[in-house]
Design a protein around this ligand. Sequence first.
Ligand SMILES: Nc1ncnc2c1ncn2[C@@H]1O[C@H](COP(=O)(O)OP(=O)(O)OP(=O)(O)O)[C@@H](O)[C@H]1O
Length: 244
Amino acid sequence: MPYPTFEQKLEKKIISRFQKAIYQYNLIQDGDNILIALSGGKDSLCMLEMLGRRMKIHNPYFKAEAVHIRMDNVNYQSDTSYLKSFADGYGIPLHVIATHFDFSENSGKPICFLCSWYRRKQIFNLAQKLGCNKIALGHHMDDIIHTAMMNQFFQGQFSTMPVKLQMKKIPLAIIRPLCLVSETDISQYAEMKGYEKQKKLCPFEKESHRTNMRDIFNTIEKINPEARYSMWNALEAAGKLIEL
Ligand SMILES: Nc1ncnc2c1ncn2[C@@H]1O[C@H](COP(=O)(O)OP(=O)(O)OP(=O)(O)O)[C@@H](O)[C@H]1O
């Protein structure tokens, strides 16, 4: 039998990490109705592919729909016809919602915060309208670790984005099925599968604390290549990965 190629090994690795997350953190159960948040970036495309492939196996048995939010007054472009046909390829209907927010709103909050808040609001509204009990977001392991670093260094808290978060007031949970997958693996996979890149990125997306954390963490990983697992274990031991 021929040795598996790099591509085959990468695909197997991503699938096995995705499955491990589903079982280890009990992210998906029989009968779930999941709304997949699809930005059009590599992470949420990969998440949709993994969920779509898993859905066909019927173990666990769940249904899924997807949503893409377009901010009309932010100058970026996503190819919605590509996103529709991508989701369609896995039998997942895509809802596209156009919305906008008021830049002049004098709340003192940064634009990225406001944009993300309005986007989340639309996603939550649609999930409730469709009777979904879960929303899947495409954050990966690096996102979760960088957030933990930011919270620790800027907020004085040891916390992060949980892999599963049950809302207190509404019957909805947020899940992050790519939580055990690294950004490098997703980038290589996206390249290998020929995922289309977004046409024009958001003009407000620039240097941020998140970019700084990524650079610092890259340096840490050069010193200790196991650092991410150490950080993950610390978050797990402190009960920061699940909020029920
Ligand atoms: N416009 C959007 N419509 C629907 N979901 C979104 C949108 N923007 C972000 N999301 C969801 O929130 C997650 C995190 O968003 P973030 O902005 O960090 O990711 P991104 O860099 O835009 O794209 P991706 O994570 O897909 O590569 C996304 O993975 C996706 O699940």
